[in-house]
Write a new protein. Structure first.
Length: 95
């Protein structure tokens, strides 16, 4: 989803990646190289309990956590889930 490059991993000395905006200017939910994100749209006809169950299943079995929710006047919800990026497999290993 997000490409990580060697230049983006270089530290600036304050713990932030090179080229990244300072933490004070970046929203808490902003994408980073540490997490992968999955945006979802939940229809207005889906009940709150059904949506909660759907998100709980994704959290339990796929490792996602809730990053952000926007609810629109028409009742639809825009949800962003996030999870820690898993380390890439070593090239000589066969899955």
């Amino acid at each position: 989803m997000f490409d990580s490059t060697a230049g983006a991993e270089a530290a600036t000395g304050d713990g932030e990646p090179a080229g990244a905006p300072p933490a004070a200017h970046r929203p808490r939910w902003a994408p980073s190289d540490d997490f992968e994100y999955q945006p979802l749209r939940i229809d207005a006809r889906v009940s709150r309990s059904a949506a909660a169950s759907m998100l709980a299943i994704r959290a339990e079995f796929a490792g996602w956590e809730l990053a952000r929710v926007l609810k629109f006047p028409d009742g639809t919800r825009r949800v962003w889930l996030r999870r820690k990026r898993s380390p890439a497999l070593l090239p000589d290993l066969i899955p």
